[in-house]
Design a binder for this molecule. Structure first.
Ligand code: F6P
Length: 353
């Protein structure tokens, strides 16, 4: 094997640069050169005015000074055109014309779908999990999750201070798409009183009861962690709740925002509740030590596998050990709802409400 490619796709995640660097430098140590494709699968389609916009040769110096940087210097995107077979075939032709013999795809579930389509066309691919969501259960951790948690925790600790001073509740919305991993781990680490995730049905009425009870028991600050996807597991009749109080008339039950959820909990519990959306702060910033180390190990392992002729797989980690599984298996591995329920029980026990 003489030349490989690497790309980052989907939402960026802290540690992606460290993974690219590991791919490039492991390759060079085995006399394999690496081409970096820009903007995920868009780069493979080579539709820009100049080739330099789509790909570049990654020398050792090109990846210098990147191990500690957040984001991805190759840039990333979600490429809808790549869902079309003719574009997948075009990508394989482009890869072949550049003499590329294997492709490392760093990203989440959507990235793995793209990689699986190339595998189906017979092209050697390897997936590296790079997503803050940690939503694929075949691996204990994805690159970026640990940093996103640190960022969320740091911000929520600040929110806790001001909540306590004002004797308020705070509903803090965290990312995670359809997965509650960020919310559950953040809630446990912050000592949150309430957590709402997509994997577990929840109601506004029960939440408000818990808030009331906590306030009655002398809790001066109350942190409620709300996973962005938890809006889909809400069981309450929102229209009926809104109809019952004229202050809630402006809420559209079909498009619930974090502040409207906070407002309903406030009215049902009689306790002041404010909303904060952490948003993209969780995706930026320098990667944590854990993410840098994971990215370095996974990037190195991916190239070793390719060089040994093993491909069509995604790398992951179980405990301290690096593993690989068929990419189709990796992209269909959802988080076990029982694990989410056990975490929620633990969070509620620790909250001492
Ligand atoms: O998958 C990573 C993620 O940050 C999710 O947590 C979030 O739902 C989504 O990406 C946001 O995507 P976008 O960058 O397109 O707004």
């Amino acid at each position: 094997m003489k030349r490989i490619g690497v790309l980052t796709s989907g939402g960026d995640a802290p540690g992606m640069n460290a993974a690219i660097r590991a791919v490039v430098r492991t390759g060079l140590s085995r006399n394999i050169s690496t081409i970096g494709f820009r903007r995920g699968y868009n780069g493979l389609l080579m539709q820009s005015a100049s080739n330099q916009e789509d790909f570049l040769v990654l020398t050792s110096r090109e990846v210098s000074g990147t191990v500690h940087r957040g984001g991805t210097f190759l840039m990333t995107a979600r490429c809808l055109a790549f869902l079309e077979k003719e574009n997948q075939i075009k990508a394989v032709n482009n890869l072949n014309s550049l003499g590329i013999e294997g492709l490392v795809c760093i990203g989440g579930d959507g990235t793995y779908h793209g990689a699986a389509s190339l595998k189906e066309l017979g092209f050697p691919v390897i997936g590296i999990p790079g997503t803050i969501d940690n939503d694929m259960s075949y691996t204990d951790y994805s690159i970026g999750f640990d940093t996103a948690l640190d960022t969320a925790i740091e911000n929520i600790d600040r929110i806790r201070d001001t909540c306590g001073s004002h004797e308020r509740g705070s509903l803090v919305t965290v990312m995670g798409r359809n997965c509650g991993e960020i919310a559950l781990s953040t809630a446990l680490a912050c000592g949150a009183e309430v957590v709402m995730v997509p994997e577990i049905p929840w109601s506004l009425e029960e939440t408000a009861e818990r808030v009331k009870w906590a306030a009655m028991n002398g809790k001066s600050s109350l942190i409620m962690i709300f996973a962005e996807g938890a809006v889909n597991s809400l069981t309450s009749d929102v229209a009926a709740i809104c109809a019952g109080d004229e202050r809630l008339q402006g809420i559209n039950p079909a498009h619930l925002s974090s502040s409207s959820i906070a407002q309903m909990i406030e009215i049902l519990s009689g306790h002041e509740v404010r909303a904060t959306v952490l948003g993209y702060t969780q995706r930026g910033g320098n990667p944590s030590a854990k993410d840098r180390i994971l990215a370095g190990r996974m990037g190195n392992y991916a190239v070793q596998l390719l060089a040994e002729g093993i491909h069509g797989v995604a790398v992951g980690v179980h405990g301290e050990e690096l593993i690989h599984v068929p990419i189709e298996e990796a992209m269909n591995s959802r988080i076990d709802p029982q694990k989410a329920r056990d975490m929620k029980d633990l969070i509620e026990t620790m909250a001492g409400v």
